[in-house]
Design a protein. Structure first.
Lengths: 241, 351
């Protein structure tokens, strides 16, 4: 398995504050990689460095084979990104939203329409082609937003707390979609502070005060800390055990 | 390029679908033009006056008639005594009085409004000299009022209102539209996309540029046909200069939106905070040279100041490119600096 994300002592400082402190890890192609930690542990800073939104202070990193310092542009083309803040345009129709994002990512014009129709069919939203996004129920909006984020078939999908503040039913649908995307060969890098979601990941890194405190499969982590679930793993780490 | 056109089209869709804001954006300049137009009218008209002449001479009667015949004065009748004149001044019935004494004519004016008082006095002087036949001075003094011979205040305020209105509208439009995307989370996707921030900014500016040009056209039509302000210089230069100013003002809106997080704050800053320098410090109302040091510098950093100064030259003096080169250069460099700073701030703080 080749590695699509590689970091080596990646660090980001804001003045005196070290948000991400020398983290090193690799993510393999097709993996669902969870990035866990409390608010302020440095998750978002890390994801921003990997998506080319923030320049690291020191250390090395590459995403999809491209250097995060010099090749942010190539990285941006090959990744998808979604956060809880991310939203489609309410005042645009469903197809206008799709066309806009597809156009920005340079999807071939002739491909946009058949691919969008197929996508809506999979979502069970065939009838909503001409609907304004604001008229859709919230759950549909989020499903649609997720599908739009991977419309350009990225190598890696970065999800920054995608399920923050949504209800359990929607969270479940979300994870179903994440699995479906992973099955299509998209590597998933997901940050969350819901420990139950860690169980769904192939491997998780637990961040604490800017460092990676633990990194393994959920199974190995639970066994290593001799606990029953990820929540307890997290608590033990937080207590500094 | 295709990517760019899609973005511009999307921006136009936002504008057209939000009918009410579009209508407001198109009507607001007209309203402001009329509002400021009539508010800032500094022409002196309809000054009430009385005449007192203890002797009851024919001259007094005739001079009163001559004055009342002009647009400037309204004759309130004869006062019986100087005491009555004073009470008329105090209760606000009159602004000017003419007192005929045995050896002289005395003109009295309420100069709590110095502008209209001095205008009224000089007009009355002229009427009286004219009536008696003024003594010929040893040298003839001829005064010529250039560029605005009939001293129409519209000549003075229309360029000012144009500058103010365009600056406010552009700053409001650009800042609110980007702040809205920030607020709703739409901009996230655009920023992580391979889209260059400069393209994003320009694609935002183009549609609002189009609206600002429509605004410019309506303002121009009203000022030319209704308020009768001429454009003596080249129309092409007028357009070029205005387009640059519109770009500067839009960039200002972009910078505001790069710094703030919500539409409300964007609106407050671009409407309220910019309103003050745009109206009071831009040279539209008060001459910049008379301002205290600090305010003068604020006015130098207000784009409208330079636009108003340049556009007056083009419209009233009919000058060419060379005469407004300074204004043009300042506005263009302001635009570059503003867009540059917004880019920096967009790159630094993404969300």
């Amino acid at each position: 398995m080749d590695s699509v994300i590689v970091t080596d002592r990646l660090t980001k400082k804001f003045g005196d504050f070290t948000s991400v402190n020398s983290i090193s890890f690799e993510v393999s192609r097709g993996e669902i990689f969870g990035f866990l930690g409390a608010n302020g542990a440095g998750k978002t800073t890390a994801i921003r460095m990997l998506t080319g939104l923030l320049k690291p202070t020191s250390g090395k990193g590459s995403v999809a084979g491209f250097d995060i310092y010099r090749e942010a542009k190539q990285i941006k083309r090959r990744i998808g990104y979604m956060s809880q803040k991310f939203a489609l345009y309410d005042d645009l129709k469903v197809w206008e939203n799709i066309r806009l994002y597809a156009g920005i990512y340079g999807v071939e014009k002739s491909e946009i329409e058949p691919r969008s129709k197929e996508m809506l069919q999979q979502l069970g939203m065939e009838g909503e082609w001409e609907s304004m996004v604001k008229s859709l129920p919230l759950g549909w909006k989020q499903k649609l937003a997720f599908s739009v984020a991977i419309f350009h078939r990225p190598d890696i999908l970065f999800l920054d707390e995608p399920t923050g503040g949504v209800d359990p039913a929607v969270r479940r649908t979300f994870w179903e979609m994440i699995y479906a995307a992973a099955e299509r060969g998209i590597t998933i890098f997901v940050t969350t502070h819901y420990m139950d979601e860690a169980e769904y990941c192939d491997r998780v890194a637990i961040m604490s005060e800017g460092r990676i405190a633990a990194l393994d499969t959920p199974y190995n982590l639970k066994r290593g800390f001799e606990v029953e679930n990820m929540d307890m793993v997290f608590r033990k780490i937080a207590r500094g055990v | 390029m295709k990517q760019f056109l899609t973005l511009i089209e999307k921006e136009f869709l936002h504008i057209f679908r939000d009918r009410w804001s579009t209508i407001i954006l198109l009507i607001l300049p007209v309203l402001l033009l009329f509002l400021f137009g009539y508010m800032m009218n500094t022409e002196v008209k309809g000054i009430h006056f009385v005449v007192h002449d203890a002797a009851g001479s024919v001259e007094a009667q005739q001079i009163a008639e001559r004055a009342a015949a002009t647009e400037l004065f309204i004759f309130e009748g004869f006062a019986n005594s100087p005491q009555e004149i004073e009470s008329l001044f105090l209760n606000g019935t009159i602004k000017v009085a003419i007192l005929f004494r045995k050896d002289a004519i005395e003109l009295i004016a309420d100069s709590s409004d110095p502008n209209s008082a001095s205008t009224a006095i000089s007009y009355l002087n002229a009427i009286i000299y004219d009536f008696y036949g003024a003594p010929t001075p040893p040298i003839e003094v001829e005064s010529k009022l250039l560029y605005n011979p009939s001293l129409k205040s519209s000549y003075y305020f229309v360029p000012g209102v144009m500058g103010m209105v365009l600056m406010l509208i552009c700053a409001i439009m650009a800042s609110v539209s980007i702040a809205r995307e920030k607020e709703r989370g739409n901009i996230e996707m655009l920023l992580v996309s391979p889209l260059k921030p400069l393209r994003l900014i320009i694609s935002k500016m183009i549609p609002y540029f189009a609206i600002a040009v429509i605004n410019l056209a309506t303002i121009l039509i009203i000022s030319y046909f209704v308020m009768e302000v001429p454009i003596r210089g080249s129309f092409a230069l007028f357009l070029l200069f205005s387009f640059i100013f519109i770009t500067t003002s839009l960039s200002m809106g972009v910078l505001i939106s790069a710094v703030v997080k919500s539409q409300m704050v964007a609106l407050l800053i671009s409407a309220m905070v910019l309103m003050l320098p745009a109206t009071l410090l831009s040279g539209m109302v008060f001459p910049i040279d008379n301002m205290p040091f600090v305010l003068r510098w604020v006015s130098y950093f207000t784009p409208a100041t330079w636009y108003i100064s340049g556009i007056k030259k083009i419209m009233l003096q009919g000058v060419g490119l060379k005469a407004i080169a300074k204004e043009l250069a300042i506005l263009a460099s302001m635009a570059v600096v503003l867009i540059g700073s917004s880019l920096l701030s967009f790159n630094k703080r993404v969300v």
